[in-house]
Design a protein around this ligand. Structure first.
Ligand code: AP5
Length: 251
């Protein structure tokens, strides 16, 4: 299995074919990662995908990839401007973008959704898409961390401009400053990691995404995970939680 999948169907839309279809190690997992901006969802997604053999599907990555293209529809242009300010993209656009890629939800390798759903309306839409694809959600891993640590993680984040790998200036530094260990690309600071955008993102999280925890709590699918410690420690907590779910009777 390659370290980073091409995820062609996710990035380019439903008609694109992936060169590297996931082959899960054991059962295919279908998971949602929930948590505030900067808590480490993307970092955990990468580690979990390596460990479980599944595919990382991030709506934020799709929007950032679209930023590099020149030909934007007015709706996409508005979405990219909202993203730069730290606001949420409209439910309508996000849901239609995920719907176009709904084949990824029934991929035999399973999936790990990062950054979607983010509002109650998106969660309802996801449930409908899963029902259409005749698959179910195994768990919603909900990462929790005090605000001070979140701000440290966001302000120190550096992202590869080419392969999108994520580093941190102190917690996960690259071997050579400013250069991606994986592909040699230039490391940059995301536009929405500026202090004014971080404030808007945290507010959007409190108002729109946090209430989702109640939605998933009620359905018994949500598992809280403490996000303090090293990425590897948090991975272990996540895998333990999945193990426990697998042996517990369904709620
Ligand atoms: P998105 O890309 O989803 O961003 P986010 O949710 O704000 O999450 P982040 O990517 O900022 O953080 P993360 O939790 O993945 O943390 P990471 O692993 O990088 O969305 C961006 C924007 O797109 C949104 O604001 C919105 O505009 C739009 N959008 C996307 N989806 C949408 C939707 N469904 N609806 C509406 N709008 C949508 O880690 C952060 C840093 O910490 C890194 O530097 C990392 O190296 C470091 N780190 C990670 N773990 C640890 C650790 N254990 N210890 C120390 N450092 C660590």
């Amino acid at each position: 299995m390659s370290e980073r999948r091409d995820r062609a169907a996710w990035f380019e839309g439903g008609d694109a074919k992936c060169d590297d279809i996931p082959s899960p190690k054991g059962r295919p997992y279908r998971l949602v990662l929930l948590g505030p901006p900067g808590v480490g969802k993307g970092t955990q997604a990468e580690l979990l995908c390596k460990s479980l053999g599944t595919c990382h599907l991030s709506t934020g990555d799709v929007f950032r990839a679209a930023q590099c293209q020149t030909d934007h529809s007015p709706a996409l242009q508005a979405a990219l401007e909202a993203m730069r300010r730290g606001e949420l993209v409209s439910d309508g656009l996000v849901v239609s973008m995920v719907s176009e890629r709904s084949g990824c939800l029934s991929c035999r390798g399973g999936f790990l959704l990062d950054g979607f759903p983010r509002t109650a309306a998106q969660a309802v839409a996801l449930d409908e898409l899963l029902e259409q694809q005749d698959v179910g959600l195994d768990a919603v891993l909900s990462y929790e961390l005090p605000l001070g640590e979140i701000v440290d993680r966001l302000s120190g984040r550096r992202t590869c401009s080419k392969c999108k790998a994520v580093f941190h200036v102190t917690a996960r530094p690259p071997q050579k400053e400013g250069v991606c260990d994986l592909c040699g690309g230039q490391l940059i600071q995301r536009e929405d990691d500026r202090p004014e955008s971080i404030r808007v993102r945290m507010r959007a999280y409190e108002e729109s995404t946090k209430p989702l925890a109640d939605y998933y709590q009620q359905s018994g699918r949500q598992v809280p995970i403490r996000a303090e410690g090293t990425p590897e420690t948090i991975l272990e907590r996540s895998l333990d939680a999945l193990q426990t779910l697998a042996v517990s009777p369904k709620v």
